[in-house]
Design a protein around this ligand. Structure first.
Ligand code: PEP
Length: 238
């Protein structure tokens, strides 16, 4: 059975109280349904302000989930007011989302900046979840990824790519599983056998159509992850 990665991207949603409630409801639903997450890596990406408390609640509840940051500084620690460095994130998370299309569009993140962020993640052994909407964005990160190939082999899950076509994000109109699978295959041709996820309007009704494709290793879920019970259904159906 292939290992599946199911990532929840909460974006700029939820307060500390909301986070506590989400995790409790998730835990209750998990126990009620007697679910098992065998061969599934569940990753939650809350805002920076929520990470520490989310980690605390999750370990109290003994939830088998990992955490991701939604962004990372392109610089190492130092005089970069307002930025959160890889070294700081590493204390709270194992993964970091890099190059999400909302950051590329709204915050002017170029491929160069994205590459610096990948470099920072790998330097501190955080697994980057690189979001791309087209193959050229993978190719422009290829050099960086290859120059880090020795590091990439030195720890598990060293790099994940999420294919997220722009038209599908938050629209309710996902890509076709066939198209997503062709993209996943092309990404693996460029970067090697790394996990490739699909993201864009994934729900509990359509998740299986993606995860059953041969080259897709999981999903990145935005809107549908905000409700813990819908997210549990996504995990269950994946
Ligand atoms: C996303 O923002 O990465 C995403 C996939 O959003 P949604 O699931 O809401 O389309």
């Amino acid at each position: 059975m292939k290992k599946l990665f199911i990532v929840a991207n909460w974006k700029s949603n939820k307060t500390i109280k909301d986070t506590e409630k989400w995790l409790h409801d998730f835990d209750e639903g998990f126990k009620r349904k007697q679910l098992s997450f065998e061969s599934k890596e569940i990753i939650i990406a809350p805002s920076f302000t929520l990470l520490e408390h989310a980690l605390y609640c999750s370990s109290n509840l003994k939830l088998h989930i990992k955490f991701a940051a939604q962004n990372i500084s392109s610089f190492d620690e130092g005089a970069y007011t307002g930025e959160v460095s890889a070294k700081q994130i590493k204390e709270l998370a194992d993964y970091v989302i890099v190059g999400h299309s909302e950051r590329r569009k709204n915050f002017g993140e170029s491929d160069d900046i994205v590459n610096q962020k990948i470099e920072q993640s790998l330097e501190y052994e955080l697994t980057p979840i690189l979001c791309v909407s087209k193959l050229e964005q993978v190719q422009s990160s290829k050099f960086k990824v290859q120059s880090y190939s020795s590091k990439l082999k030195s720890y598990d899950n060293s790099m994940i790519v999420a294919y997220e076509p722009l038209f599908a994000i938050g629209s309710g109109v996902p890509d076709t599983p066939e198209n997503a699978d062709i993209m996943a295959q092309s990404i693996k041709k460029e970067l090697g056998e790394i996990p490739v996820l699909y993201g864009g309007s994934v729900t509990s009704d359509n998740v299986k159509s993606f995860t059953s494709m041969p080259h897709i290793d999981g999903v990145l879920v935005g809107g549908a992850s905000l409700d813990p019970l819908e997210f549990l259904k996504i995990i269950q159906n994946a």
